[in-house]
Structures are given as structure tokens and as C-alpha cells.
Design a protein around this ligand. Structure first.
Ligand code: ADP
Ligand code: MG
Length: 336
């Protein structure tokens, strides 16, 4: 039963359907019918993922709408990257309290700028009134055998991470007043904020890792928790050198304990965490260079000592001293 007013139909048409028609058009049938029709690439599987962003939980009410448009799609594309999949199409479902034109325009600008860069077509969605809530579902192509699953890590694998970790968490720390803004210069504050607002989905790296990496995922909830997902699915343990975990110059301004909290338990990083055999080291560095993103080796995968042991992470520092870390959201984040 139709529940939308005419103005809501014109909202869809003006801000989403028209814009979608300007971008890549690869679907058999796009926006406007009861379903869209897409055909997966010949001989490949369709990778599907969905992520919801809720005001107050995943973003602040005063967030820049262009950044929000970017991030809504970026966090979903990041899941395709983490699977080694190539973006194909996406749907967008949104609840809006009072649609404002300038807000929608900016939101759509951020969304479509990213969609067009990755040749990913908006093929449908749903629009309703309600507290601001955004849900994207992405579809991508990947040969089933080459998908970077979480259950493929093997004993002796290296553990790698792309880019740097922790900046988004530090930006949140600034917003929440957990650390003094005077710790950073203006350029550093801007780059931390950029990490939080504009994560870059590592699509090219995900594609370059096909056939090289044994297991992978994207770091969205913090390295410690996300690595554990790989370990649990693969029934393995890991040893990680916390000093090797890559971090930006800006993050290095924080006290060491706060750096560790940000890089290991921060979240919202959207970098790829993956495992690969040592003989692939050169090829992986090469894959990073081709994808124009740094890749850093941070640890190794070990077998469980006994089949009944629970998968766990052993943390050590650069001098190989074992650390017993308590990872938490920060209450004492300040430099002083
Ligand atoms: P139905 O009632 O059959 O679910 P709708 O009236 O909800 O159809 O939507 C009409 C068309 O507009 C459908 O093709 C739907 O996928 C598309 N659509 C609705 N909202 C959006 C949106 N926010 N972005 C893109 N397409 C949308
Ligand atoms: Mg509908």
C-alpha cells in the first residue's frame, strides 16, 4: 500500500533517481519498479552486505551532510573491499524527520561522488518519515574461491593491516573533550577529523589481495575485537606487536597508552586486516603499492596449543616483552 505523499516521490526522483541515472548504469533494471534486476558477473558470486547508520549512535546530529553521504556508502563499500569484491550496485533506505533541500542536496553530493568513483549504481531503496536513519545494502562481484573470508587464517601466516589505525577514535576523543585540542596543530586536527568523516574504502587493495591473502576483514570495531573474529572463525591464536601497529604523526602526539587504546580498540578505521603466508610478503607489499596504500606487518597467526583452547591475542611490544593490556573506551585520555 502506498504511504508516500507526492512530495516524497518527488524527493526520491530529484535527489536520488535523477542522480542515479547520471552515474554508471549497469543494472538490468534500476530505480522505479517493484524490484531492481542485476546479473552477477559470469561465473562469480554476488557479495552482499548491509550497514545501518543511526543518528546519535553512529554520527552526531550536527554532522556535515556531505560527509554523512560519503560515510554511509563508504562503510558499506569497505565490507566489499574486505571480501575482495568489486562494487556493482547499492540500495539506500532512509528515514528522515523533516526533509530539508540543502541537507539532501549535500548528502546526495557526498554519496554520489563516492558511488561514481567506484562505478557503483544506486538501484533502489525506501524512503520514509522518522528519526534520521540510513541503511545501505551493497552488491559486489567476487569469484567464490577468491573471497577473503574470515575463516581462512593458517598457522604461520603474517598479520597485516592497511593504512593507519586510531585516527577516527582520536577525532571522537576531541569532540568528546577527552583530549586537549591544543595537543594538535590545525592540520593534524583536520586530518583526524577527515579519518572519522571520510573513510576511504580499500577496494583496490581488496582486489589486489585476491589469491594472496588467506583471510581478511575490515576494521570497524577496533583491531582487538576484529582480529578476534578472524581467530574465532579460523580456530587460531595470534601474537601482535603493538608498537608495529601503524599510526599517523598526529596520533603520535598522544601519550603512549592513549595511542594504544586508539589503534587497538578505537573503531571506525575501515582499514583492511588480513593474513597471508610469509612467502607472499613481497607480493603483498607490491599489492599495497599498486593500490596506493601502505601495508604493515603487525604479527603472526599461531595454532591453538590444545584443541580446547579459546582463540586469543598475545600482545607484545617492540622488545618482545609480553603486555597485559586492558583495552577500554577511554575515560582518562588526556595527555596531562
Ligand atoms: P514500493 O512501494 O514498491 O516498495 P516505493 O514507493 O517504496 O516502492 O519506491 C518506488 C521506487 O523508488 C522503487 O524502485 C524504490 O526502490 C525506489 N526508491 C525509494 N526510495 C529510494 C531511495 N531513497 N533511493 C533510491 N531509490 C529509492
Ligand atoms: Mg518501498
Amino acid at each position: 500500500m502506498p504511504f508516500m505523499s507526492l512530495s516524497e516521490f518527488s524527493l526520491i526522483e530529484r535527489f536520488f533517481a535523477q542522480r542515479a541515472r547520471r552515474g554508471p548504469r549497469r543494472a538490468l533494471l534500476g530505480i522505479g519498479d517493484d524490484c531492481a534486476l542485476i546479473a552477477p558477473a559470469q561465473g562469480e558470486a554476488l557479495a552482499v552486505s548491509t550497514d545501518m547508520l543511526v543518528e546519535g549512535r553512529h554520527f552526531l546530529p550536527d554532522v556535515d551532510p556531505r560527509s554523512l553521504g560519503h560515510k554511509t556508502l563508504a562503510v558499506n563499500l569497505s565490507d566489499l573491499a574486505a571480501m575482495g569484491a568489486k562494487p556493482r550496485a547499492f540500495t539506500l533506505s532512509l528515514a528522515l524527520e523533516t526533509p530539508r533541500e540543502a541537507w539532501l542536496e549535500a548528502f546526495a553530493d557526498g554519496l554520489f561522488a563516492l558511488a561514481e568513483r567506484f562505478n557503483c549504481e544506486l538501484i533502489g531503496g525506501d524512503t520514509t518519515r522518522g528519526p534520521l536513519n540510513l541503511c545501505v545494502t551493497v552488491f559486489g562481484d567476487v569469484p567464490a574461491q577468491a573471497a577473503l573470508r574470515r575463516d581462512g587464517a593458517r598457522e604461520g601466516d603474517d598479520i597485516w593491516v592497511s593504512g593507519t589505525l586510531g585516527d577516527a577514535r582520536a577525532a571522537l576523543g576531541l569532540v568528546r573533550g577527552e583530549c586537549a585540542p591544543s595537543l594538535f596543530d590545525e592540520r593534524e586536527r583536520a586530518s583526524l577529523q577527515q579519518a572519522l568523516d571520510r573513510p576511504e574504502p580499500r577496494i583496490a587493495l581488496g582486489l589486489a589481495l585476491r589469491g594472496l591473502a588467506h583471510a581478511g576483514l575490515d576494521v570497524s570495531d577496533g583491531l582487538a575485537g576484529d582480529l578476534l573474529h578472524i581467530l574465532e572463525r579460523s580456530r587460531m591464536c595470534a601474537c601482535v606487536d603493538v608498537d608495529a601497529v601503524p599510526r599517523s604523526q598526529a596520533l603520535r602526539k598522544l601519550p603512549l597508552d592513549a595511542q594504544r587504546q586508539c589503534t587497538l580498540a578505537g573503531g571506525d578505521d575501515y582499514e583492511l586486516l588480513f593474513t597471508a603466508p610469509p612467502h607472499a610478503r613481497e607480493a603483498i607489499v607490491d599489492a599495497g603499492a599498486r593500490a596506493a596504500v601502505a601495508v604493515t606487518r603487525i604479527g603472526t597467526i599461531d595454532a591453538l596449543r590444545h584443541a580446547t583452547d579459546e582463540p586469543a591475542i598475545a600482545w607484545q611490544d617492540a622488545s618482545q616483552t609480553q603486555l597485559s593490556l586492558t583495552l577500554h573506551g577511554f575515560d582518562h585520555f588526556d595527555a596531562n
